[in-house]
Ligand binder design. Sequence first.
Ligand code: PLP
Length: 408
Amino acid sequence: MSLKEKDLEIYQIIENERIRQKYNIELIASENYASEEVREAQGSIFTNKYAEGYPHKRYYGGCENADALEELAINRCCKLFNVKYANVQAHSGSQANMAAYRAIIPYGAKVMGMALDQGGHLTHGSKVSFSGKDYEFMPYYVSKETEEIDYDALEAQALEFKPALIVAGASAYSRKIDFKRIKDICDKVGCLFMVDMAHIAGLVAAGLHQNPCDYADIVTSTTHKTLRGPRGGIILTNNEEIAKKVNKAIFPACQGGPLLHVIAAKAVCFKEAMSDEFKEYQKQLVKNCAYLCDLLKNKGYVIVSGGTDNHLFTINVKKSLGITGDVAEKTLDKVGITCNKNTVPYDTEKPGITSGIRVGTAAVTTRGFKEKEIELLANFMDDALRHYDDDAYLEKLHEEEKRFMEKY
Ligand SMILES: Cc1ncc(COP(=O)(O)O)c(C=O)c1O
């Protein structure tokens, strides 16, 4: 019997979501469309299996296929990121970060991470996350003038604060991050270096961004953003001692049994990410992002830091049009364009309102968008945002948007 016949309510909600994903233009920078093969692996019978522990050291019987699966996932992951050790069990990016901290620093240790309102992630020291409660975090900032990471200020701050760890990586930072520069700062301070490459993992895999594994003591990532895999986390390192501690920090410290079906999907994603097709996708994704950013700039929009080097950028809609990020997000939603409100550096609006919106091109590039579609998208966005208070106009635009997306 199919799900439709057995549980119509859930079937219908999934179907509604399928239609939403088909017709909406997805600009949320952390989202993507995983391949059918990734979803087939994730929907596999491995969901039935418990396998606490690691390959050949399990706390359950019947793990021979689980061992083969996890070993293959680890090997592919190591090859993809050119790193010696990988833990592929983290259920999410946040849990990968939790385990990474646990593995390398004691409770209460001093850590520096990028300020949340400037692009950092909740798990990089926010008071509402475990990170800000369990460790003494000090934020570092972008320059007020350039809105790019101020490496000199970071160095001065680190020399004074003397952290045990500096965390690099962000959820809304559109510029390349100079991992080598931060590693040099860590060496001067005598502290450890962690990179959370969740957003840029796909670019790193395709060789379009410095590989943090060459510089950091420990690297974490999600697998579902630019990497285009299933929802989940990974932890990488070249240091054998750290690798052992990471494994203990994931299981039994932070998690129970691994999600083997998700590990199967991660393995499929790692193989996909080694292909030439994936490299071409990443190149197009970055090209699309730069083009969309330029087109909007030419229409008068103010972009945080003036541009982008990666898959995302933040539009300061308050400076551009005098509206808040919240209004901009809701306006675009009305015409079928999905994005999220986002703080801009030194924002004066509350996090629930914000002065900006974050825009990413990973998902639309998967849908096949190239220059022609990006031009249409820029026009749609501009047209909608300038008519934010005209619902009848927005409704007409939405009909046009749906007709446009029918083809992709
Ligand atoms: C930089 C960064 N790290 C970690 C995470 C957390 O990942 P998850 O939502 O899988 O916990 C995110 C999610 O957006 C992120 O942007």
